[in-house]
Design a protein around this ligand. Structure first.
Ligand SMILES: NC(=O)c1ccc[n+]([C@@H]2O[C@H](COP(=O)([O-])OP(=O)(O)OC[C@H]3O[C@@H](n4cnc5c(N)ncnc54)[C@H](O)[C@@H]3O)[C@@H](O)[C@H]2O)c1
Length: 258
């Protein structure tokens, strides 16, 4: 497939966790809309970028193996993104510890796991913003999409550190939108309900505990898959949402009402 006449032609998007699970669908969708991609993921980043280049032409994507909790690594990613593509218009803070987490009673989490979840899911988005936002500020333009979760509104059992970390993302978005609005930078949370990503489907414990109940709680009573999130993602990444900031956009088939 050659270049497309998309809503993100000429833009550059950096997607963390953009090689696997839902993030891979985000990367592919942004590329289809004409954006050049930087895929930063702890796993399979180069392979995902190569697939994007095969689909959208040489130079369509740069894949960088990255741990988003590591500041030196994040600084390097941003430098390489700017060297390679010259700009960053869209940052999608999607990387998180989720699918690999075993469901665990609240009092039985180890402090090491608690700290790791916070480091990846909260410090990670902060580090990306710390190193990307200065370039957006210089250009007085940008879109930051932080991936939250409807579990923060509804609560949930067996996932205390994860749900707590996603609660922080809601507050992070709201506070950051106030600071970056002066430079025309939009900051929003994209908040999915329970999504059957290929990575989550491998965690039988989550699927059997949550899938049926999630469907029963929806106005639209069916399973949800990564493509269900794409319309909202592209809206928040594109100029269609230029006067939308500080918001949480819930995509869950009408389970949580905002
Ligand atoms: N699947 C769901 O039901 C659901 C619901 C609400 C929100 N979300 C959110 O959507 C996003 C994607 O979820 P998913 O279902 O694809 O799960 P996932 O666990 O597969 O996604 C995490 C992605 O982040 C990457 N990653 C993990 N640790 C990293 C690190 N330290 N540095 C860089 N990359 C790292 C993984 O390789 C993967 O690509 C996450 O933010 C998750 O919290 C998912």
């Amino acid at each position: 497939m050659g270049p497309t006449a998309g809503r993100l032609n000429g833009k550059v998007a950096l997607v963390t966790g953009g090689a696997c699970g839902i993030g891979r669908h985000y990367s592919e969708a942004l590329a289809r809309e004409g954006a050049k991609l930087v895929v930063a993921d702890i796993a399979q980043a180069e392979a995902a970028a190569q697939a994007l280049c095969e689909a959208h032409g040489p130079g369509a994507a740069l894949g960088l193996t990255t741990d988003v909790s590591d500041e030196a690594a994040v600084r390097g990613v941003v430098q390489q993104a700017l060297t390679h593509h010259g700009r960053i218009d869209v940052l999608v803070n999607n990387a998180a510890v989720l699918a690999s987490l075993p469901m665990t009673p609240a009092t039985e989490w180890s402090t090491d796991t608690w700290d790791r979840v916070m480091a990846v899911n909260v410090r990670g988005p902060f580090l990306l913003v710390k190193h990307v936002a200065p370039h957006m500020i210089e250009r007085k333009s940008g879109k930051i999409i932080n991936v939250g979760s409807t579990s923060t509104a509804r609560g949930g059992t067996g996932m205390l550190p994860y749900i707590t970390s996603k609660g922080a993302i809601t507050a992070f978005t709201r506070a950051l939108s106030r600071e970056l609005g002066a430079w025309n930078i939009c900051v929003n949370t994209l908040s999915p309900g329970f999504i059957l990503s290929d990575t989550l489907l491998k965690n039988e414990q989550h699927v059997s505990a949550v899938r049926e109940r999630a469907v029963a709680n929806r106005a639209l009573q069916r399973d949800a898959f990564p493509p269900d999130l794409i319309g909202a993602l592209v809206f928040l990444a594109s100029s269609d949402s230029d006067f939308v900031t500080g918001q949480t956009l819930v995509v869950d088939g009408g389970s949580v009402n905002t």
